[in-house]
Ligand binder design. Structure first.
Ligand SMILES: Cc1cc2nc3c(=O)[nH]c(=O)nc-3n(C[C@H](O)[C@H](O)[C@H](O)COP(=O)(O)O)c2cc1C
Length: 146
């Protein structure tokens, strides 16, 4: 059974809600799924997932939320290579923030690429200004790519 590790960055719970739905969907598709909250690099590495799924909103001025930032920093500082592993990034933001739209997701995507992970797909951007229910966009995208 292939394994998926889910890591979530959220301030107001929107990304967490999407992650809950993603977890159920991916389990129904036959994956072994673990949601690490908050994500701790050693625990994620010990799970030895085939896929890393990062679901994150953006806060501040293009920042990774506090509940995902330690994991982001651990990956950046310890640089665990993801060679042979795949990743996907689902970014939630608001285009009214202009240049920093989904910037946390972009930082995560770039870092996973630097770690030699293989992107399953280009990053999904969900714009809170356009999409009332993020899961309506997220779940079809996950179904398509997993
Ligand atoms: C204080 C604050 C700062 C934000 N900064 C950004 C930003 O820089 N870029 C962006 O795309 N969205 C930004 N957003 C929008 C959130 O990322 C968006 O509403 C998201 O859906 C929230 O998800 P969450 O409920 O999981 O935190 C900001 C929202 C707030 C309240």
């Amino acid at each position: 059974m292939q394994k998926i590790a889910i890591m979530v960055g959220s301030v107001y719970g929107g990304a967490e809600y999407v992650a809950e739905q993603a977890l159920t969907l991916l389990q129904q598709k036959g994956y072994q799924v673990a949601w690490f909250h908050p994500a701790v690099l050693d625990e994620v590495l010990a799970f030895n997932a085939d896929y890393w799924l990062l679901i994150s909103s953006t806060t501040g001025q293009g920042d990774v939320p506090d509940n995902l930032f330690p994991f982001f920093a651990q990956c950046r500082d310890r640089f665990p290579l993801l060679t042979g592993k795949k990743f996907a990034v689902l970014a939630m933001g608001d285009s009214s923030y202009g240049d920093t739209f989904c910037a946390a997701g972009r930082q995560l995507f770039e870092l996973m690429t630097e770690l030699q992970g293989e992107a399953l797909a280009p990053m999904l951007e969900i714009d809170a200004g356009e999409t009332l229910q993020a899961e309506d966009v997220a779940l079809p995208w996950l179904t398509q790519h997993f």
